[in-house]
Design a protein around this ligand. Structure first.
Ligand code: HEM
Length: 535
């Protein structure tokens, strides 16, 4: 009763105020003038600031959303031909900026990296990463910094010998599989995608969890589809409730599946840790093989915690959600990237018989056909390294680096608003004719010349691993797997295309997703090349 009265009073008061305004011309004038002043202020601010980068004109509200299918490395490179190395698109309410030249990339990844080091995340990504509880999608800040320190020191470090061992063991399994199929067509693509999944699965969960692998791969595939699914609510937030494709239900189901899968593994690891510390009176013997879950559990706590201490153990505590989200980072960061690079390297070499011959001759001279390649040989395999660099230039496994601005910025005299999505087209930059001679051709020998750019991150014309704060923390492990797999496949076997196909007839088209692998898997026929027994 009281509420009804209050509403009544409110309504009455409103009528009275409006009536009063009608009576007082000064109030009326104020009512018109104040918004006008505000509007003029806004217009002059917009006028005073630099323009957005150039770009195709969009429609009201939806902006350039009809160009959605062009947001691939190739599509953006084509638009850049018309608008230049930095251009702007508006997708609904979202500003997007595409960078396709090395100097603009240096501006955002080095000169102004404090503004450009956030990550954009769609609704699906935020949900599937437990609200950015991971490293790859965490915004730049104290949490990300400590998380990155932890990952670099504990997960990706060369000191974690088990990861490197799993690369060697799984490459051996591949050689064994190929050896058992000499003279027959072998699907190299399938083989190397399985290889990297096995390496990362084993590095993450240890060899004891092997039986759940198929279930986990299924979960990964659904995550991957959901990451890539178009969701109108990402661009026009008011339409969030509609969800015509039923994405929200799929998201809940996918994260639920991951929860039950990894929770079980985490619980088993916790139990193992407890049993071990009881058995040895509170201190581990240190000899037992540890996996990434073990490493992360050393930081486990019911409640997340971060501070800027230099001592890692005191600076960060991880919840189960953090652990699950980091494991997904490693799975996504480390499988398709390495596999697509191995497949592209093999495809480019098979398509270029002279380069293939040169790389294999080098292997025969340096290693000899009477033994397998070993780690100390790698430094001397110059041409092989050049072929791998050339592969990463033409086919950077992550063709578009996705960043987001933390505040308003100006690059090359153009205004880029806060929270813009910035897509750095590493693929287009690696093929820029202003930086590379015959940029579309596969020519490993270009890397023999002195002064040629390197991919470690300070030459912005060649950034397959990114550069700066958000660059790839798994580069060493990734390169190790890439070098080892390609070296073994080339040294142990010769490769012919099936059914008399000529190298020039190979289909080298790619598909776009998080990575850009060959559209059609590479198939070739191996013959044993070394004279020593393979096993
Ligand atoms: C040939 C192999 C690989 C390539 C070419 C590659 C490339 C990249 C690129 C381009 C980025 C983004 C850089 C940026 O946004 O500026 C990245 C980030 C990342 N990569 Fe890799 N990667 C490879 C292997 C790996 C491996 C083996 C792992 C893990 C085991 C890994 C884990 C990650 C993670 C976690 C991030 C996110 C880092 C952050 O946001 O702070 N990558 N990688």
């Amino acid at each position: 009763m009281k509420t009804t009265t209050t509403h009544h009073m409110d309504a009455l008061l409103k009528t009275e105020t409006i009536a009063n305004l009608k009576l007082e011309p000064l109030h009326l004038a104020m009512l018109l003038i104040v918004p006008l002043i505000l509007l003029l202020g806004l217009v002059s601010r917009i006028r005073g600031r630099p323009p957005h980068p150039p770009g195709p004109k969009g429609l009201p509200i939806i902006g350039n959303m009809l160009m959605m299918d062009q947001l691939t490395h190739r599509g953006l490179a084509n638009i850049a031909k018309q608008y230049g190395g930095i251009f702007h698109l508006r997708m609904g309410f979202l500003h997007m900026v595409a960078i396709s030249d090395a100097e603009a990339a240096r501006q955002v990844l080095q000169v102004q990296d404090n503004i450009f080091s956030n990550r954009p995340a769609t609704i699906a990504i935020s949900y599937l990463t437990y609200d950015r509880a991971d490293m790859a999608f965490a915004h730049y800040g104290p949490f990300w910094r400590q998380m990155r320190k932890l990952c670099v020191m504990k997960l990706f470090s060369r000191k974690r010998a088990e990861s490197w061992q799993s690369v060697r063991d799984e490459v051996d399994t591949v050689v064994r599989t190929v050896a058992a199929n000499t003279g027959k067509p072998v699907n190299i693509g399938e083989l190397v995608f399985n290889l990297t999944k096995n390496i990362i699965y084993r590095a993450a969960f240890g060899s004891s969890s092997q039986e759940g692998q198929d279930e986990f791969i299924g979960i990964l595939q659904e995550f991957s589809k959901l990451f890539g699914a178009f969701n109108i609510a990402d661009f026009i937030p008011y339409l969030g409730g509609i969800d015509p494709q039923g994405l929200n239900k799929r998201l809940v189901k996918a994260r639920g599946a991951l929860d039950s899968f990894i929770d079980k593994i985490v619980d088993e690891h916790l139990m193992k840790k407890k049993n071990k510390s009881q058995a040895v009176g509170g201190c581990g013997d240190g000899d037992e093989e540890t996996d990434m879950v073990d490493e992360l559990l050393a930081f486990y706590s019911e409640e997340a915690q971060v501070n800027e201490s230099d001592d890692l153990q005191n600076s960060i505590k991880l919840t189960k959600d953090n652990i699950k989200a980091i494991i997904m980072d490693v799975m996504f960061g480390g499988t398709e990237t390495v596999a697509s690079a191995i497949e592209w390297a093999m495809a480019e070499l098979i398509r270029s018989p002279e380069d293939l011959k040169r790389a294999q001759t080098e292997l025969a001279e340096i290693v000899g056909l009477d033994r397998r390649v070993e780690e100390p040989d790698f430094d001397k395999l110059t041409y092989l390294k050049c072929a791998i660099k050339e592969t990463l230039r033409l086919h950077p496994p992550i063709p578009l680096l996705l960043h987001e601005t933390a505040e308003d910025a100006t690059v090359n005299g153009y205004f880029i608003p806060k929270k813009s999505r910035v897509m750095i087209n590493a693929w287009a930059i690696g093929r820029d004719k202003n930086c590379w001679e015959e940029p579309e051709a596969f020519k490993p020998a270009r890397f023999l010349k002195p002064g040629v750019p390197d991919f470690k991150g300070s030459n912005f014309e060649f950034i397959p691993f990114g550069s700066g704060r958000r660059s790839c923390p798994g580069m060493q492990l990734g390169l190790y797997a890439l070098d080892l797999a390609v070296a073994h496949l080339l040294h142990c076997f010769t490769w012919e295309l099936p059914d008399g196909m000529k190298p020039s007839e190979m289909d080298m088209s790619d598909v776009f997703g998080l990575t850009a692998p060959l559209a059609n898997r590479l198939v070739a026929v191996p013959t044993k090349r070394v004279v020593c027994p393979l096993f």
